[in-house]
Ligand binder design. Structure first.
Ligand code: ADP
Ligand code: MG
Length: 243
């Protein structure tokens, strides 16, 4: 099944076309790794999915529901797109505890009993229930990113967008969080788009991989397909052999 469909999607800043007309479908209940060199348009594309950056033209739909259409003037707000985001810098509130950070976006939506249960569930998913009363400064980088992950799943999104979420962590921690994120997404039947400039990370975490080059799709397919059958010199050099 198709979770995300992009039709003739473009983004232009003044005279510069950052995203060329893009036509792409991304699979449901899988992790799509969006990979490409720095400046290729990965964050711009992710932010357009999130509703944080308005496309210049084209259409975006999630589960066959149109969330953006330049011609029909449809632009569903980020809060109503059923998604959550995880960033490289964690973006936690420093003055709130772990539990308060996870609860924050839900306080007006759930009863207090439901909220307590939801926060405990989300923290349990990332193995952090013991640290619920700590402040972000009292946590390691990996623990802070787990809080950000708990906060994302706590809203019960269908889609989670990751922008270089693990890029600030050391290699060992990265590898274990890649595995944890992969399990979390698959166990909960979520769909994820995971932006990274790291080909090894993309091939490890991505069920599906989209390679972006200068705002256009260079190749899109199963991770193994991209690795074994690169369709261009660019794809071959960028994906290359992974040791
Ligand atoms: P990536 O995430 O792949 O590194 P980005 O999506 O951040 O790439 O950027 C793609 C291109 O768009 C870059 O050339 C960048 O300079 C340009 N760009 C991004 N945001 C803006 C902006 N707000 N105004 C003008 N140019 C921008
Ligand atoms: Mg980026």
């Amino acid at each position: 099944m198709v979770a995300i469909k992009l039709t003739n999607l473009t983004k232009r800043y003044r005279d510069t076309e950052v995203i060329a007309p893009l036509n792409l479908t991304l699979p449901d209940q899988q992790i799509t790794a969006l990979i490409g060199p720095s400046g290729s348009g990965k964050s711009t594309l992710l932010n357009m999915l999130a509703g944080l950056t308005q496309p210049t033209s084209g259409q975006i739909s999630f589960d066959q529901q149109v969330v953006f259409d330049s011609q029909q003037n449809v632009n569903v707000s980020p809060a109503n797109r059923g998604l959550a985001m995880v960033f490289q810098d964690f973006a936690l509130w420093p003055h709130m505890t772990v539990a308060q950070n996870v609860a924050f976006a839900l306080e007006t939506k759930l009863s207090s009993a439901e909220l307590t249960e939801r926060v405990a569930w989300a923290l349990d998913q990332v193995g952090l229930n013991d640290l619920r009363d700590r402040y972000p400064r009292e946590l390691s980088g990996g623990q802070q990113q787990r809080v950000a992950l708990a906060r994302a799943i706590a809203v019960k999104p269908k889609l989670i967008l990751f922008d270089e979420a693990l890029s600030a962590l050391d290699p060992q921690l990265r590898a274990s969080l890649q595995g944890e994120i992969s399990n979390l997404i698959h166990d909960n039947h979520l769909t994820a788009v995971f932006v990274t400039h790291d080909r090894q990370e993309a091939l490890r975490i991505g069920d599906h991989v989209v390679l972006i080059h200068d705002g256009a799709v260079a190749q899109s397919g199963r991770a193994t397909e991209l690795y074994q059958h690169p369709q261009s010199a660019f794809a071959a050099s960028f994906i290359g052999p992974v040791n």
